[in-house]
Design a binder for this molecule. Structure first.
Ligand code: GLV
Ligand code: MG
Length: 325
């Protein structure tokens, strides 16, 4: 896909809840939570000795009742570990029909995505699943991954999103802070993450993918979480990881358009469609209230309307064609 707009990507991922695959209690609690996406983690939230049990538990949980319509994802271990192959074959083999995407961490280049694509296809065929349905969400977590981002984004038609992994990324570039998501002390101008975030966002938009921001680790500080989410939402990111149920509503709100903006966007689309039509006078630039709108306004409105529609918003205002046109 090239240059697709967010209006073409109807799966909302405003809030992406991380749930340790080793915790039965947390999986059970997550089932009813209003996160858009839930990923059951087999990677960094699970200790090496607990990996095998977590795998079996995650596969079983995916097939159970009680989920709330969330997009269901499993984060497997990365290809440099001894676990990736079994993570995929066991989870997809037992629960592939109940799984939407695999989240692949620490992707350094396209080969890691291609390897997962090939393995997924084989496991899907072996178990009578539709080949190619399960998506891949590569995590960009180090300098080399960012350098190779376009090749990663286009490595497989299964790729759905590009996901920022700030904690591993900060370690990879030796950024001098231990507080994930906050500015490193001594860096007193601008945003130390701006280049990384924009590179991920531009690659995502170039290839018609969603851009997802990673976690904010100070889970008790909801105001700081909101500030962090607002920054990436303002850039254009589609959603952010949440580590605690209290962060879900904030993420859902911050990554949805405000009602007034959504109404305005739908109004611009309707007004533009009417005025450019023969019935509306075939005009390219027209006034809507005090604002002049044209083709570029339509494109901006499409983005906001697309995000609002994906979030299930309803408009509260209708366009009424002027009687004198
Ligand atoms: C998430 O995986 C991170 O490294 O921030
Ligand atoms: Mg990580």
């Amino acid at each position: 896909m090239n240059g697709a707009s967010p209006i073409d990507a109807p799966t909302p991922r405003r809030s992406v809840l991380a749930v340790p695959g080793s915790s039965r209690k947390m999986i059970d609690k997550a089932k009813a939570l209003p996160a858009d996406e839930i990923f059951l983690d087999l990677e960094d939230a699970v200790a090496p000795l607990a990996k095998a049990d977590a795998r079996a538990q995650v596969a079983a949980a995916l097939t159970e009742d009680g989920w709330n319509g969330q997009h269901k994802v499993v984060r497997v271990n990365d290809w440099t570990t001894p676990w990736t192959y079994r993570d995929v074959s066991e989870v997809v083999g037992r629960a592939g029909a109940h799984l939407d995407d695999i989240l692949l961490p620490k992707v350094p280049d396209a080969s890691h995505v291609q390897a997962l694509d090939l393995l997924l296809t084989q496991v899907e065929k072996e178990h009578g699943l539709e080949p190619g349905r399960i998506g891949i969400e590569p995590q960009i977590e180090n300098a080399v991954g960012l350098t190779n981002i376009d090749a990663i984004a286009t490595a497989s038609p299964r790729v759905r999103t590009l996901v920022f992994g700030p904690a591993d990324f900060m370690a990879s570039i030796a950024m001098r802070t231990l507080v994930v998501g906050e500015q490193p002390e001594g860096y007193d101008r601008g945003d130390a993450y701006h280049h990384i975030l924009m590179t991920i966002l531009i690659a995502a938009r170039t290839h018609g993918l969603q851009a997802i921001d990673g976690p904010y680790l100070q889970i008790r500080d909801l105001d700081a979480f909101r500030r962090s989410a607002q920054r990436t939402a303002a850039l254009g990111f589609d959603g952010k990881w949440v580590l605690h149920p209290t962060q879900i509503d904030v993420a859902n709100e911050v990554f949805s358009p405000r009602q007034a903006d959504y109404d305005r966007a739908e109004l611009i689309l309707d007004a533009y469609e009417f005025h450019t039509s023969a019935a509306g006078g075939s005009r390219g630039a027209v006034m809507l209230g005090d604002e002049m709108i044209d083709e570029a306004s339509r494109k901006m409105a499409l983005v906001v309307a697309g995000k609002g529609r994906a979030a299930g918003m309803s408009r509260t205002e209708r366009f009424v064609p002027p009687t004198d046109s």
